[in-house]
Design a protein around this ligand. Structure first.
Ligand code: ZN
Length: 240
């Protein structure tokens, strides 16, 4: 059984299609998504439709949340808030309800899926260091948990202590716990503009991070055509 773990697609349909084409070459059986299907880029409806068509298990990210709830955007960067506001207007009532009703956390097979952290998923905390990972592990019931939110692929491994590293593959060892950020499909921020996603080969206990080139220029043109902030187009080229 091979599962593709998608995350932080952020309305970038060019990136999503490239990733799904890559996943098709890897004989993936099922799909899951760690959230933030919408926000930042120009194709929220197309991305939502595509992910729903995969019958993917999806959890709610902060952008999915704010695009489907009438909550104040005070905690958002003004540029992100502008796109949330735009996305709220683009989505249909049915699409907003779909995002609104997504769970914050799901357990699938033998692993967990969350957008931010398990200790307080609705607080949308960022996990960058071992201390932040440690409080998450206390709530992690499965050996493997996938998340997103920072747009930076990173693994935290818990034995007696917590270890962290950038990764290209992770061998899952019995008795240990793994909190794995699968990076971002639609807006990578680790300096590599290629889309990131992961494939979990459950039979081989192996998690592989994959990077996929896509047509960045096409995505940038859509952002500009929608009159969304130019900086959001520029950052795609540098992966920041
Ligand atoms: Zn995100």
């Amino acid at each position: 059984m091979k599962i593709a773990v998608l995350g932080d697609i952020h309305s970038n349909i060019d990136a999503l299609e490239a990733v799904l084409a890559d996943a098709a070459t890897q004989q993936v059986d099922r799909y899951c998504c760690v959230g933030d299907v919408v926000g930042y880029n120009a194709c929220p409806r197309e991305c939502l439709d595509r992910v729903r068509g995969l019958k993917a298990v999806i959890v709610r990210g902060n952008h999915d949340h704010y695009c489907s709830h009438n909550a104040s955007l005070n905690d958002f960067h003004p540029m992100a808030a502008e796109v949330v506001d735009w996305t709220r207007r683009i989505l249909t009532d049915e699409e907003r309800k779909f995002l609104h009703d997504l769970p914050l956390m799901r357990i699938m097979e033998n692993f967990t899926v969350v957008h931010s952290t398990l200790d307080n998923p609705e607080m949308w905390g960022y996990v960058f260091d071992k201390l932040e990972a440690e409080s998450n592990f206390a709530y992690q019931a499965t050996s493997v948990c996938f998340n997103g939110h920072t747009h930076v692929p990173l693994v935290f491994e818990k034995t007696e202590t917590v270890r962290t590293e950038m990764f290209t593959s992770v061998k899952v060892v019995m008795g240990r716990k793994y909190f794995i950020n699968v990076g971002s499909i639609g807006q990578p921020r680790d300096g590599d503009p290629r889309s990131a996603y992961a494939i979990y080969n459950i039979d081989r206990n192996l998690i592989e991070l994959r990077r996929v080139e896509y047509d960045v220029e096409a995505a940038q043109k859509k952002i500009l055509a929608a009159r969304l902030p130019e900086r959001l187009a520029a950052r795609l080229a540098v992966g920041k």
